[in-house]
Design a protein around this ligand. Structure first.
Ligand SMILES: [Fe+2]
Ligand SMILES: [Fe+2]
Length: 155
């Protein structure tokens, strides 16, 4: 069971994994419509998901979860550095979808990156968080995360 403070983020991860799989399938021509039309549709879906869901999600992680983890578990520093780099790559990749001439490759790579990123957070970072955070800290964090994510609920 995910800790209540992380449930909203895990929910995004769940959707992100499904989208990552669709990206790879689309790139391999396994989803209809195939060809340029399907690639364009998938690229649009990714840009929308990153813009609406992942930007605030990344913000919540970068401003709240990561700094908290850094204070709590100093050994988590290298992992957090990697995760931050991946956030940049995902944001860059989504921006490049607009003008890319090799959409299939970009979608495949982005799907692959997104899946790896999410699995690292779910398998490494979140369990570490759950094993070290106190109930009071977690409750505070939950409220702060809700505040950041609340903006997108109104859209
Ligand atoms: Fe992340
Ligand atoms: Fe995440």
């Amino acid at each position: 069971m995910r800790h209540p403070s992380l449930i909203r983020l895990s929910h995004d991860h769940h959707h992100g994994l499904a989208l990552a799989l669709r990206c790879r399938k689309q790139a391999l021509g396994q989803l209809k419509p195939t060809g340029a039309q399907g690639l364009k549709q998938r690229a649009e879906e990714v840009r929308n998901f990153v813009g609406v869901n992942l930007r605030p999600h990344f913000q919540a992680e970068e401003e709240l979860v990561f700094p908290h983890m850094r204070d709590l578990v100093s050994e988590s520093q290298p992992l957090i550095e990697e995760l931050l780099k991946e956030h940049e790559w995902i944001r860059d990749g989504a921006d490049r979808l607009q003008e890319s001439s090799s959409l299939a490759k970009l979608l495949f790579d982005l799907g692959d990156l997104l899946e790896r990123h999410i699995r690292r957070e779910e398998r490494e970072l979140f369990p570490l968080f759950e094993s070290r955070v106190t109930p009071a800290e977690a409750e505070k964090l939950k409220v702060e995360i809700e505040k950041i994510l609340a903006g997108r609920d109104r859209k």
